[in-house]
Design a protein around this ligand. Structure first.
Ligand code: PYC
Length: 330
C-alpha cells in the first residue's frame, strides 16, 4: 500500500457504487498513512496538504462532476466500524447520506460488514447504518433541525424566493418556489436557478448556524407518482445535481416537516429524486428540538478500479488541479 512518501508512485484502489443513481467512489486501498487518521484529522490533512488526492479521484479524467468520494479511516468513536470522509468535485462534505449507504453496501460486498446494525464516524458525528441485505441500507443520520423558516432572498432575474434553512448533516436552503417543473428536461435551467439562489444567499448574508455557508439548494414539488410524497431537485456544492433524493437533504426536509407539524414521529415520507429514484424517511424526536432521521435506500456496486499516475501525465491530478503527482510527498 502506498504511504505517500517521496519517490513512490501513488496508487489508489476503489470500488464504485451508486445509490439511487448517485455515484460513490469508495477508496479501499492506497492511503495507509491517511487511513490511520480520524475523520476530522483526515479532512484537515486532505484539504491542507493532500487535496490532489480528492481532485485526482473525483475530477475528470478519472471521475466526473457528480462523483462523490468516500475515504475510510480510523473512527474517533470506538463504537464505530469505520471512520469516513466524503468529498466531491469542489471539496469536503460534512456528511453524505447516499454516500453512507454506498459505503455500507461496498463494505458488505467486500465481506467487511455483515448484515445488521453498525456505526460510521463522520466529521459531523456518528451515523448508524443498518445493512439490511446486499443492497438495502437504513441510515440513522445525525440530529437534524430547521434553523430558520420563511427566509426571503432577492435573486437576479427571478425576484424574491422564499424558503427554509435546515441542517441534515449539510446546510440546505429548501424552497417550493420553483416555477419550473422538476423534470429531467429542465436539468440545465434548474441547475442555473439553484446556483443563482445559492449566490444570492451568500451575497445577502443568509447562512446556517454560526455563519456556515449554505452549500445545498433543494427544490420541492408535488410528485405525479402515487407512492411518493414529493419530488425534489438538489444542487450539490460544485454545481452538480444529486441523482438520488439526497440523504442529508431528505433529513433536512423531514426536519422542516416536523417543525411545521406536517409529519409525525414514525410516519413514513417517501422522497422521490429528479430522476425518479426513492428514499424512505422517518424520524424520532431528539433533544433540543432536533429530530433523529432514518433514511432507507439501495445501492449497487457498479465497478472496481485503480488510479494510475503516470509521471508525464499533465492531468494526472485532474484537469484543473495544480496537483502533485510523481514523487509526491509532504
Ligand atoms: O445524499 O446526503 C447526500 C448527498 C450530499 C451530497 C450528495 N449527496
Amino acid at each position: 500500500m502506498h504511504s505517500l512518501m517521496r519517490g513512490e508512485t501513488p496508487t489508489f484502489e476503489y470500488i464504485d457504487a451508486h445509490t439511487a443513481g448517485e455515484p460513490t467512489r469508495v477508496v479501499i486501498a492506497g492511503a495507509t498513512e491517511l487511513a490511520m487518521l480520524t475523520p476530522k484529522a483526515l479532512v484537515e490533512r486532505l484539504s491542507n496538504a493532500d487535496d490532489w488526492i480528492r481532485a485526482s479521484l473525483i475530477d475528470e479524467p478519472r471521475g466526473h462532476q457528480a462523483m462523490v468520494g468516500a475515504m475510510l479511516c480510523q473512527p474517533a468513536n470506538a463504537d464505530c466500524a469505520a471512520g469516513v470522509v466524503f468529498f466531491n468535485n469542489t471539496g469536503y462534505l460534512g456528511m453524505c447520506g447516499h454516500g453512507a449507504i454506498g459505503v455500507a453496501v461496498v463494505l458488505g460486498y467486500l465481506g467487511k460488514l455483515v448484515p445488521g446494525y453498525h456505526q460510521l464516524d463522520t466529521p459531523v458525528g456518528t451515523v448508524g447504518v443498518n445493512l439490511i441485505d446486499s443492497h438495502q441500507v437504513e441510515i440513522k443520520n445525525v440530529p437534524s433541525y430547521r434553523y430558520r423558516n420563511d427566509v426571503t432572498v432577492r435573486v437576479d432575474g427571478i425576484g424574491e424566493v422564499t424558503g427554509d434553512v435546515a441542517w441534515g448533516g449539510n446546510w440546505f436552503f429548501l424552497t417550493q418556489s420553483c416555477l419550473l417543473p422538476l423534470t429531467t428536461d429542465n436539468l440545465a435551467p434548474l441547475t442555473d436557478l439553484s446556483i443563482r439562489i445559492q449566490d444570492a444567499l451568500a451575497q445577502q448574508g443568509v447562512t446556517g448556524a454560526n455563519g456556515a455557508m449554505i452549500d445545498h439548494v433543494e427544490f420541492f414539488a408535488p410528485t405525479e407518482t402515487e407512492d411518493a410524497d414529493c419530488r425534489n431537485f438538489v444542487l450539490c456544492p460544485g454545481g452538480a445535481y444529486d441523482r438520488s433524493p439526497c440523504g442529508t437533504g431528505t433529513s433536512a426536509k423531514l426536519a422542516c416537516l416536523a417543525a411545521e407539524g406536517m409529519l409525525a414521529p414514525g410516519e413514513i415520507w417517501v422522497q422521490e429524486s429528479i430522476i425518479g429514484s426513492r428514499f424512505v424517511g422517518t424520524y424520532e424526536l431528539g433533544t433540543d428540538g432536533m429530530i433523529l432521521p432514518t433514511i432507507r435506500g439501495s445501492a449497487y456496486v457498479c465497478s472496481e478500479g485503480r488510479a494510475v499516475y503516470q509521471s508525464d501525465d499533465p492531468f494526472a491530478c485532474g484537469l484543473f488541479h495544480p496537483g502533485r503527482p510523481a514523487g509526491t510527498a509532504q
